[in-house]
Design a protein around this ligand. Structure first.
Ligand code: KG4
Ligand code: ZN
Length: 343
């Protein structure tokens, strides 16, 4: 029986995060430090910089989260840290810190799989009215991952489809760069698309009509590049109107492709009552609307956690830890880094 709070640590990419959750899932403290500014001038996440930033900030952040929760480490019922997949430097920082705290205070340590943490977030009590029951369909749409997963229970996942090339967030970022937008391009592209006409340029909605629910986005990015090359003036710049129209066409093509894939995935999991979206791209309004329509047609509802819990955070890690500790699925303390259960 888990009757004490759990500390969660996330450091697999470019967010340094710590959170403390009560055993019933109530959030007692929630802190995220984004490293965006440190990576922006390189146009993407630099693993070495990320690892050093996690090393510099995670211990202090963990201590602050505990102070905000009004607890000492000895009051905890367990420590959970993302242990894979992700950038190895950051994973070592988070898992080592988590294990250190657990060892020093005789607590169980849970090596959390990052994808499992995204997958279980929607089950956080109070997040979704009526809760989310197994099985459900998870669409993980981030900069590093793009998957359809059947979530059948804690630790019971079936990957139904994945990307054959780029992740959808990567496609947003690369196309945004072609349109002259700063990294990370997803939010900026969405803003630019607001004033654009999605019908002016015809862009292919990749994989639409094909069986299964795999994704592919590299062809779409190439199509954007070709239009940019055609439309750009001699100085390489494009009219504002043209940039907005291309952004709108790109976003519409992505939404159409995701909706088509999600519909096929839902047909592969007829018992699914819910479609859960996670990952940074789940913040996109056009994507959410397209997926909500698919869910409704399939007799399911779309569950979209608040954006701060869709992107990388430690609340989801602590919650995955709680789900595992409750079921006795924590694993031995040496299990970490690559041995975390893989969905
Ligand atoms: O989940 P996330 O924060 O980090 C990982 O990749 O793990 O996702 C970041 C990705 C980036 O590619 C970013 O451009 C994209 O999510 N993104 C968006 C939006 N907000 C973030 N893409 C489209 N529209 C958005 N509003
Ligand atoms: Zn993530």
């Amino acid at each position: 029986m888990l009757d004490r709070p759990v500390l969660g640590l996330e450091s697999s990419c470019d967010e340094t995060a710590a959170a403390v959750l009560a055993p019933d899932g109530a959030i007692l403290a929630e802190l995220v430090l984004s490293q965006l500014d440190e990576h922006a001038r390189f146009g993407g996440v630099v693993p070495e910089i990320a690892a050093r930033a996690h090393l510099a900030h995670l211990p202090g952040l963990a201590r602050r989260a505990m102070a905000e929760a009004g607890l000492g480490f000895a009051d905890l019922g367990g420590v959970a840290a993302t242990s894979g997949p992700g950038l190895i430097g950051g994973l070592i920082v988070g898992a080592s810190l988590g294990k250190g705290i657990a060892l020093a205070h005789g607590l169980p340590f849970v090596a959390v799989n990052h994808l499992e943490a995204h997958a279980l977030t929607a089950r956080l009590p109070g997040l979704v009215e009526g809760g989310v029951e197994f099985p459900y369909l998870l669409l993980l749409l981030s900069g590093g991952h793009c998957q359809c997963v059947a979530v059948e229970g804690v630790g019971r996942y079936r990957r139904l489809g994945t990307t054959l090339d780029d992740a959808v967030g990567e496609a947003f970022d690369k196309s945004a760069k072609l349109l002259g937008l700063p990294w990370p391009g997803g939010p900026a592209l969405e803003r630019l698309a607001e004033s654009g006409d999605p019908a002016r340029f015809r862009l292919p909605a990749p994989m639409v009509g094909r069986p299964g629910c795999d994704f592919s986005f590299s062809g779409l990015k190439t199509a954007v590049a070709q239009h940019v090359a055609r439309e750009a003036g001699e100085d390489g710049t494009m009219a504002e109107r043209t940039r907005a129209d291309l952004a709108a066409a790109f976003q519409a093509a992505v939404a159409t492709a995701l909706a088509d894939r999600a519909a096929n995935a839902l047909a592969m999991l007829p018992a699914a009552r819910g479609v859960v979206v996670a990952g940074g791209v789940a913040a996109n309004g056009a994507v959410r609307r397209a997926l909500a329509a698919v869910a409704e047609r399939g007799g399911a509802r779309l569950v979209a956690p608040p954006v701060r819990l869709c992107t990388d955070n430690a609340v989801m890690v602590a919650w995955a830890g709680i789900e595992r500790l409750r079921l006795g699925l924590a694993g031995p303390p040496d299990e970490a880094l690559g041995h975390a259960p893989r969905p």
